[in-house]
Design a protein around this ligand. Sequence first.
Ligand SMILES: Cc1ncc(COP(=O)(O)O)c(C=O)c1O
Length: 381
Amino acid sequence: MTATAVAVEDRLVYDLDGIGAQYDALLAELPGVRVRFALKACPVDEVLRLLAGRGAGVDAAGPQEITQALRAGVPAGRIHYGNTVKSDRNIADAHRLGIRDFATDTVEDVRAVAAHAPGARVFCRLATTGDGALWGLSEKFGCAPDEAVRVLSTARAAGLVPAGLSVHVGSQQMTADAWQDAFADLAETLTALRGQGIVLDHVNLGGGLPALGYADRYGAPLDPPLDKIFAVLRDGLRHLRDLHGGPLAFVVEPGRHLVADHGTVHAHVVRMARRRGPDGEDRHWLYLSVGRFNGLYETDALQYPLVFPDAPPGAERVLARVAGPTCDSDDAFPGLVSVPRELRSGDPVQVRSSGAYATSYMTLGFNGFAPLPHHCAGGPA
Ligand SMILES: Cc1ncc(COP(=O)(O)O)c(C=O)c1O
C-alpha cells in the first residue's frame, strides 16, 4: 500500500470496445434476432451511438429515453416503448416522437394507446415468475395467456395492430428453465390467438441475459449457464416459428448482458477499520467512497468483484463487511468480502462489472455525495 493517502478521482469508466464485442457475440449466438438495447441499463450517449451504429434498436421506458435515443441517432422505427406503465400523456408524447410499437398488459392501457396513439402496434407482455433471477420483475408486469388473448382482441377491436408478445424472465436470470417456461406460455398464447384469427409478427424475449462477472457473496465467481441459455433460446425460437407457420421475427432487449462487465467504478478507500457490533462480534469494515447511493444501488442483490490495484501480490487478506460512504446502514455490500488487511484511506479500489444500471440509479447527492462522473474509453476512432 502507498505510504501517503492519494487523491483518486472517482469515476465510472465504460469500455466501448468491450461493449461492441459483447454485442457482436450476442448476434453470433442468436443469428437473425433483432437486438433492442434496454437503455435504462446505461443511458450513455456514446454507448447508444456505438450500438445504434451496429444496427441495434432501443427498448425505451418512457418519452425521456425515447428522446435520448433519437438524439443519439437511433431511428424511431427501431425504438419501442417497452414499459407497460404509462400515462395518457406519455403515450401521446411517444406517438408524437414517431414511436409506433408499444408494450401493454391490460385492457385499460390498450384503450389509452388506442386513444393517444391511434393505429399503433401493440405487443402484450406475458407474466413470468421471476424465479431464478436476482431481480424478479414478476408481480408488477405481464398477464396470463388467456388474459393476453383478451388484451390483444381488445386492441384489434380498438383499431390497433396486435403485433407481438413479450416476456421478461427477470434481470440476471441464472437458469435456462426460466426461458423454457416462458416459451411454453408463448406457444400456448400464440395458439390461442390464432384461434381468434390474430396472427402476430414478432415475439420479444425481453432482457434477463446474465452478466458473467459478478461474484457470489463469498467472492467466488457466479457461473450462469450462458451456453445452455442460448441453446434453449435457439430451440425455443425454432419451435415457435414451426408452430406459428408464418413469418415470425424475434427481438431481445438486453441491458445488463451488454454493459455490466464492461464498466468499472474507480473509487477509493475511505477507511479500513475494526469494530465490535451489537451482536458482540468483532468485524473488519471496509468503507468505500462509492456505494448504493452513488451508483451501486444493486449491492443488496449483487456482489461486485473488488480489485485493489496497489495491494502487493500475496498481501494478507481478511474477510470484511464492505460499505459505502453515507450515513445509511443500507449502504453496504451483502456478506463478507475478502480484502487486503492493510488498506489506507485514499488507496484505489476498482469495482468491476459495475457497468449496468450504475449511471441511472445514481442519486442526485444523497448525504452530499455527488453522482459519479462517467467516461468512455475505446470505441470508433
Ligand atoms: C422491459 C424491460 N426490458 C429489458 C430490460 C433489461 O433487463 P436486463 O438488464 O436484465 O437485460 C428491463 C429491465 O428491467 C425491462 O424492464
